[in-house]
Design a protein around this ligand. Structure first.
Ligand SMILES: NC(=O)c1ccc[n+]([C@@H]2O[C@H](COP(=O)([O-])OP(=O)(O)OC[C@H]3O[C@@H](n4cnc5c(N)ncnc54)[C@H](OP(=O)(O)O)[C@@H]3O)[C@@H](O)[C@H]2O)c1
Length: 431
């Protein structure tokens, strides 16, 4: 066994995550030093407002006013960026830390999904680590698993629930029979959603994670092309219908690689009640992948929050302390590939379509004719009149059909005078 090494750590950002990590590292110094055969010390911290009340005890000598000064200090080995955001201070800090040969640990998915390729290049050139386990699915150790435990595998697909807030909202709507508006407000009140939860709800947060996972799975550069739909148009009626038909609705992220192209997408999806993913409720995340030779692999856990995120951050810090210098995206930048993106319109899905129509003779046969004219074959139809409204709802489940044909069908339907409301489309996942 080598002699124990010593690492000086600086934490920038002392909010939800930074302050929890600060306390955790101090409390668990001995056990972590023993496990990693290295000692460490939090030598500096920095945040925006020195006078802010925090539940951590920072010594006068630890506080650094300008976080950028840290990158020049000889007695700093690891900089932990916990500010957030793809631009501004987080970007400045991480770029200049790596340029100054400091190891970097970050929980920042926005930054990594946008600038990860450039950052990895600098890290590799300067032989330092850029670690971002906490940027994807909090406490679920998917990045380390892809880089180490599953290194043998050729991966063809990765998908799952990558956002705890949207999963909480959808599962609460289902369990409590509430509508979207009241559920999101409740989630904010309970602290399961930020006061502005837009990136969780509109699919952007999942999209950033899908991009990072795709790169790791397929040995490619980050690919910015991704189809994104959030959950704000899923309403209680869809959840009720899904239940009737034997499904649950989940916001899923997918990345599939076939015939030399990567297909990245995020959208609310109907999954069979009996499937594994249908049982992942509340703030939990789950990642499912298909690899050769391992087969199907599933990891699940808490996707956010200070404790789960700290678990991931400490795994990154420990990896650095063990001297485990790795390529940030698993292989050298010089060996990563540019993979072109495939378009969702070319993929085949079974779909759920909800139409609100005028309740009159001949509408159902007119609707089904439009489906067949557009080469979309129907598997199941449910028609139920709305009470006292002279209108009815038609739910159609299609056989597997090309996404572009489904879209053409909806485009034709929307022009018909008997259609009262924009048709609703949700794709079905049968995996
Ligand atoms: N929260 C989660 O559950 C979670 C889960 C996974 C990953 N993450 C990621 O972890 C990171 C931190 O998240 P968080 O929830 O801890 O955020 P947060 O509570 O908003 O904390 C952000 C911190 O950054 C500091 N900061 C802001 N602007 C700064 C500047 N110009 N210079 C120096 N410091 C600045 C703030 O300083 P003040 O305290 O002085 O205002 C604050 O301490 C983000 O990248 C986030 O995406 C969060």
């Amino acid at each position: 066994m080598q002699k124990k090494k010593f690492f000086n750590i600086a934490i920038v950002g002392l909010g939800n995550i930074g302050s929890y990590l600060f306390n955790f590292l101090n409390k668990n110094k001995n056990i972590l030093s023993n496990k990693n055969n290295s000692n460490f010390n939090i030598v500096y911290v920095s945040a925006k407002n020195k006078n802010k009340k925090r539940n951590i005890k920072v010594k006068k000598t630890q506080w650094v006013k300008n976080y950028l000064d840290l990158v020049k200090k000889d007695n700093v080995d690891i900089i932990i960026e916990l500010i957030g955001g793809a631009e501004g201070p987080a970007k400045k800090l991480v770029f200049s830390a790596l340029k100054n040969k400091k190891h970097v640990v970050t929980a920042n998915k926005s930054l990594i999904s946008k600038y990860g390729d450039q950052l990895a290049n600098i890290a590799e050139k300067n032989k330092v680590n850029l670690e971002f386990e906490a940027a994807v699915c909090g406490g679920v150790p998917i990045i380390r698993s892809l880089k180490e435990g599953l290194i043998a595998n050729k991966i063809s697909r990765i998908f799952g629930i990558f956002n705890g807030t949207s999963n909480y909202v959808l599962s609460s709507m289902d369990a409590n029979k509430t509508n979207y508006k009241e559920t999101i407000q409740n989630a904010i009140n309970l602290g399961y959603a930020e006061s502005n939860p837009s990136s969780d709800i509109n699919g952007e947060d999942v999209a950033a994670k899908v991009k990072i996972l795709s790169s790791l799975c397929f040995n490619s550069f980050l690919n910015q092309k991704i189809h994104i739909e959030g959950i704000k148009d899923v309403d209680d009626e869809d959840i009720k219908n899904a239940n009737k038909l034997g499904y649950k609705i989940k916001l899923l992220g997918f990345s599939d690689y076939f015939q030399g192209k990567v297909y990245q997408r995020v959208h609310p999806t109907l999954v069979k009640k009996s499937s594994y993913i249908a049982g992942i409720n509340g703030v939990l995340n789950a990642v499912i992948l298909d690899g050769k030779p391992v087969g199907k692999n599933i990891i699940q856990g808490e996707g956010a929050g200070p404790s789960a995120t700290t678990s991931a951050l400490v795994s990154d810090i420990s990896s650095i302390m063990r001297g485990n210098i790795k390529f940030p995206f698993s292989i050298s930048n010089s060996k990563r590939k540019k993979i072109s993106s495939g378009d969702i319109s070319k993929l085949y899905f079974s779909s759920y379509i909800r139409l609100k129509v005028k309740d009159k003779y001949g509408v159902l046969s007119a609707v089904t004719k439009i489906f067949s004219d557009n080469k979309v074959s129907i598997k199941r139809v449910l028609q139920s009149p709305y009470k006292n409204k002279n209108s009815s709802s038609i739910i159609i489940i299609t056989h597997s059909s090309r996404d572009s044909d489904i879209k053409k069908t909806l485009k034709t339907l929307v022009k018909k005078s008997y259609i009262i409301q924009k048709p609703k489309l949700l794709r079905i996942e049968n995996d």
